[in-house]
Design a protein around this ligand. Structure first.
Ligand SMILES: *Cc1c(COP(=O)(O)O)cnc(C)c1O
Length: 406
């Protein structure tokens, strides 16, 4: 075998990878702040943030330091032992939120899997087998495991894999009456994203979350917020529930929590946590020392008044320029979302064509996202330089012009 690395190319993807993704034609090899370079040295501006993950951009010094220091100390010991970074990160999450207990895992789907299993176990222990129903919103996204696609309200992700997890029903998002009609004594949990991310960057109405809280209290059901996308600073608060002032019983976090290193967490109260007794749930990598060391550096770095003020200012900077572009080229007139999770909602003429704008942006050396077929999504670093915002939006404007010209 050759000792030197053979060069790899995008074409290799089709030869060696399961074809469940369709990655871009170029391969990123390096990132710094909100700039990314590909194999050929082409420089791109990153408004995608690894799908709302790279909350501090690429190679942030605080994260590089935490990761490399921990890499020289201890990587992994499993949950047969605990470790210092896991305990430090858990303490910080407990100090900063409603939660009193933390369960670590490796992804958003796993955090939700833990949340749903905990909700069912609590109801089972307290009320018996019948109280197992989970109510979720149509068009919601909670991950890709069988349980989480079953709870997620998007049949395209859940159909075709045999019997789904039973006892789950879906109601239209932001519809208080539909939720009222669905919640019953059999409901063990209501699961909501405070902002539907994949579903189109659609924020909940305050009255909706308040109604969900009241209905859960009335029916002895748990309120679960999936903050995998909205949490860890995206909205300009540490978690979106803080922005709304509506507190869940269980909260799932991932994505920004690791700033690019895989980690997930389920947060809950001391009382509910007791229902996950020794042996009821677990994962080998949960609380991995490298992941938790990075997570600790993320929360230390973002949870400051300066960062929150910056997110608000950058939100305004994005929004006003986006609205101007949308109007000038008559492609969208609504920009929704909170903080630095923004969605430009294509108008009727351009509905269904978000991918065309994404592709045109890539041609202009800009990484953006879509959120469904009708929404162009922006999830940049919370500490992106204003100059990068301005240059990225100039590139976006050229992309829009290109699509409109046809
Ligand atoms: C991304 C996402 C998930 C799934 O997270 P993974 O890390 O991909 O498993 C779950 N819920 C929401 C709201 C998400 O945005």
């Amino acid at each position: 075998m050759s000792v030197e690395h053979d060069p790899v190319q995008r074409a290799d993807f089709d030869q060696v990878m399961v074809p469940n993704y369709a990655p871009a034609a170029f391969i990123p090899v390096r990132g710094q702040g909100s700039r990314v370079w590909d194999q050929r040295g082409r420089e791109l501006i990153d408004f995608a943030g690894g799908i709302a993950v790279n909350v501090l951009g690429h190679a942030h010094p605080a994260l590089v330091k935490a990761l490399t220091e921990q890499a020289n100390l201890l990587w992994h010991v499993s949950n047969v032992f605990t470790n210092e970074p896991a305990l430090r990160l858990a303490k910080k999450l407990v100090d900063a939120t409603f939660a009193e207990r933390v369960f670590f895992c490796n992804s958003g789907a796993e955090a939700n899997e833990a949340a749903f299993k905990l909700a069912r176990r609590v109801a089972f222990n307290q009320f018996g087998e019948d109280k197992h129903e989970i109510i979720a919103a149509t068009n919601s996204f909670h991950g890709r495991t069988l349980f989480t696609v079953s709870v997620g309200g998007q049949p395209k992700y859940s159909d075709g894999f045999g019997p789904k997890i039973q006892g789950i029903s879906h109601v239209p998002y932001n519809d208080i009456d539909a939720l009222k009609a669905a919640v019953s004594s059999k409901t063990c949990a209501v699961v909501l994203e405070p902002i539907q991310g994949e579903g189109g960057v659609l924020p909940a109405d305050l009255e909706y979350l308040q109604a969900a809280r009241a209905l859960c209290d009335e029916h002895d059901a748990l309120l679960i917020f999936d903050e995998v996308q909205s949490g860890m600073g995206r909205t300009g608060s540490l978690f979106a529930y803080m922005h709304y002032g509506v507190t869940p019983d269980i909260l799932s976090s991932a994505k920004s929590l690791g700033g690019g290193f895989p980690i997930g967490a389920m947060l809950t109260t001391q009382e509910l946590a007791t229902h996950f007794a020794v042996g009821t749930h677990g994962t080998t990598y949960g609380g991995n020392a490298l992941a938790c060391a990075v997570g600790e550096a993320v929360i230390d770095t973002i949870n400051t008044p300066e960062v929150w003020a910056g997110v608000q200012a950058k939100h305004e900077r994005f929004k006003s320029k986006l609205l101007q572009i949308g109007e000038q080229y008559a492609v969208f007139n609504e920009v929704r979302g909170l903080g630095l999770l923004l969605g430009a909602v294509l108008n009727d003429k351009w509905k269904g064509q978000a991918k065309a704008f994404l592709d045109a942006a890539t041609e202009q050396d800009l990484m953006v996202l879509q959120a469904g077929p009708d929404v162009i999504r922006f999830a940049p670093s919370l500490v992106i330089d204003d100059a990068d915002i301005d240059e990225g939006l100039a590139r976006f404007e050229r992309a829009v012009a290109q699509v409109v010209r046809g």
